[in-house]
Design a protein around this ligand. Structure first.
Ligand SMILES: Cc1cc2nc3c(=O)[nH]c(=O)nc-3n(C[C@H](O)[C@H](O)[C@H](O)COP(=O)(O)OP(=O)(O)OC[C@H]3O[C@@H](n4cnc5c(N)ncnc54)[C@H](O)[C@@H]3O)c2cc1C
Length: 417
């Protein structure tokens, strides 16, 4: 379908492409500002999602809201409080009371404690499907327009915005936000390059039924083949559960994916140990190839690239979504300060990018270096990292610094708006 250049498209102030965890959260943040009674005309926002979503039931499902669980940081909680979804979300989240970091076969071990850090919880684990259900319900209660199960045929910069052809319809917008995930096909349409570093690792996720209660402890265990995380989940049918993220070299992961449940659990038990007793049962396993991808450009006039489309990180530190949510809050805050006809101004968008640059840089480096540091098996490296873990265990200030970073409090005061 080609777009007639003389047509006037249906007009929006902001179009968000990608209704995943980041796209919807941004839409709700932008909508919150519209509700705060600014003098100007309310902003017309459109969310475009490739998959079908059923908003009316509040049980929408999309690629973003699959069987994974996400560790939300303190900063994410504050942002969800701002947009009013936290009271419902928290009815099915598990608080992280303690993070237990260990290195298999070495003595280094540290515990980071919520009480010691002076916070109610170090983070909150939410199942992505529940997060999706709550966000979709909130979205359905707004004036945000949604077009789902459509694809974008073309995008063209205009003098004062962007023109899109979506499902055969011409759409003009002052600002286009691309949030359609890693290796964004929409960004590619505009010639935006992506840098990709393949970890040659696969992340296997699954929910586990446990013999012993996790007592709110999140386990981060580094092994010579890759890190694993066990995040506390709410009980299911009275049984304690944890969400597993197990990173393995691609070939090992392939074997683990095809193993039967019994053999999978045995291998996991051998790697993790018996801190949670015997693993009783494993749910559906899903695998994700892991790569660090970063977009070469995040802003242009009338354009922002966000979420995984801007930076997709190794999941070991549980930082990718939390960072994107801080980006979304910062963008919404920057846009709240300008008139509708300035939404696409390059200076505004560059200011947003500068504001987030340090947070993005620190989080990308942290998420990239952790699996590398713990993946080195030489004894000198093992000594160094174990000394680090031991030091962290002995020095509260170090531990608190680590905790503050993990909670999204170190580089950003997101949510303070
Ligand atoms: C195993 C694993 C565990 C993780 N755990 C954590 C964690 O604990 N904490 C944390 O902070 N982060 C975590 N992450 C990272 C987190 O999942 C991502 O940061 C998050 O999914 C990014 O969301 P997104 O909306 O940018 O992209 P996506 O989730 O990829 O969503 C993109 C959306 O865009 C849609 N789309 C695609 N193409 C188009 C198109 N052309 N037009 C319209 N729509 C389109 C898709 O259907 C989808 O709905 C984890 C990641 C993995 C792989």
């Amino acid at each position: 379908m080609t777009v007639d250049e003389t047509d006037r498209g249906r007009e929006y102030d902001i179009v968000i492409v990608g209704g995943g965890m980041v796209g919807i959260s941004l839409a709700l943040l932008l909508n919150r500002q519209a509700l705060q009674g600014s003098e100007q005309r309310p902003r017309r926002i459109l969310l475009v999602e490739a998959q079908e979503i059923s908003l009316s039931k509040g049980t929408g499902y999309s690629a973003s809201f699959d069987a994974r669980s996400t560790a939300l940081s303190w900063s994410s909680r504050k942002i969800y409080q701002l947009i009013g979804v936290w009271p419902e979300l928290k009815t099915q989240v598990s608080e992280i009371a303690q993070i237990h970091v260990s290195d298999r076969s070495h003595m280094g071990l540290t515990r980071i404690d919520a009480q010691e850090a002076g916070v109610e919880a170090l983070g909150y684990v939410v199942e992505n499907r529940w997060l999706g259900s709550v966000l979709h319900k909130q979205l359905a209660a707004t004036d945000i327009e949604v077009r789902d199960a459509v694809s974008i045929e073309s995008i063209r910069p205009l003098a004062a915005g962007m023109r899109l052809s979506v499902g055969g319809q011409v759409i003009d917008t002052r600002l286009l936000v691309i949030a359609d995930g890693a290796d964004s096909s929409t960004a590619k349409k505009l010639g935006i390059q992506t840098q990709r570093h393949d970890y040659n690792q696969t992340g296997i996720i699954a929910n586990l039924c446990l013999q012993k209660s996790h007592a709110g402890v999140a386990y981060e265990r580094f092994t010579d083949q890759g890190p694993m995380a066990l995040l506390p989940l709410s009980n299911f049918a009275g049984r304690p559960r944890s969400a597993l993220v197990w990173t393995q070299p691609n070939d090992v992961a392939q074997t683990l994916m095809s193993a039967d449940d019994q053999s999978f659990l045995e291998q996991l038990q051998q790697r993790f140990g018996h801190r949670l007793g015997r693993f009783q049962q494993v749910g559906e396993r899903i695998s994700y190839p892991l790569a660090l991808t970063t977009s070469a450009e995040q802003v242009r006039r009338n354009l922002v690239v966000m979420g995984n489309a801007a930076h997709s990180l190794h999941p070991v530190a549980g930082q990718g979504f939390n960072l994107s949510l801080r980006d979304a809050a910062a963008l919404a805050d920057s846009l709240a300060q300008v008139a509708n006809d300035q939404l696409g101004d390059l200076e505004t968008l560059e200011r947003y990018q500068q504001r987030q640059a340090a947070d993005q840089c620190n989080t990308v480096i942290f998420s990239d270096s952790l699996p590398k540091l713990f993946g080195i098996s030489s004894s000198a490296a093992a000594l160094g990292r174990n000394a680090g873990l031991v030091a962290m265990d002995l020095v509260p200030a170090l531990r608190n610094g680590f905790a503050r970073f993990g909670m999204g409090m170190a580089t950003s005061e997101a949510g303070n708006q």
